[in-house]
Design a protein around this ligand. Structure first.
Ligand SMILES: [Zn+2]
Length: 152
């Protein structure tokens, strides 16, 4: 998917331009980083870990690019309820032990307008590889092994 690749390059370039550390395709930052417009609809801080004690965040530009592409097609605001999790933080929220959130490859996402069914359909139609977890109130997306599951 060439548009995704182009977007990954643009995300990494924007990060570098704002003094954000990159490691391959990953961005590394914390709550004191500048909160700039990273993609058309998302600012950097929307991807911060929800861990208030230690805000270090490592996130894959590929999952950010995917989210933006699905958001564009969906045509309405989407929010992130979970992003990067340190292993200690993942344990504290009872995350799966092999969670892609610990690698910075996963996002839990939900539509602001409440149309979770429409958001699920948009992700399902567009996501060609990696994981999709369908939950009652959010959709988990990751760049890991290609698989889908239904959560509660
Ligand atoms: Zn998740």
């Amino acid at each position: 998917m060439s548009s995704k690749k182009g977007m990954v390059i643009a995300i990494l370039a924007a990060a570098v331009q704002h003094g954000i550390k990159t490691d391959g395709d990953y961005l590394e930052f914390n709550a004191s980083a500048p909160n700039f417009q990273l993609t058309e609809n998302f600012k950097l801080h929307e991807f911060l870990t929800k861990n208030k004690a230690n805000t270090f965040t490592r996130i894959n530009a590929n999952i950010i690019a995917e989210l933006q592409l699905y958001r564009t097609e969906f045509g309405s605001a989407v929010r992130i309820s979970s992003s990067y999790r340190s292993s200690a933080y993942n344990k504290s929220v009872n995350g799966a032990t092999s969670s892609e959130h610990q690698l910075g490859n996963a996002l839990d996402t939900y539509p602001l307008n409440g149309n979770i069914k429409g958001w699920k359909q948009t992700v399902k139609r567009n996501k060609k590889s990696g994981g999709i977890g369908y939950y009652k109130t959010f959709v988990h997306i990751d760049t890991g092994r290609t698989r889908t599951w239904n959560g509660s």
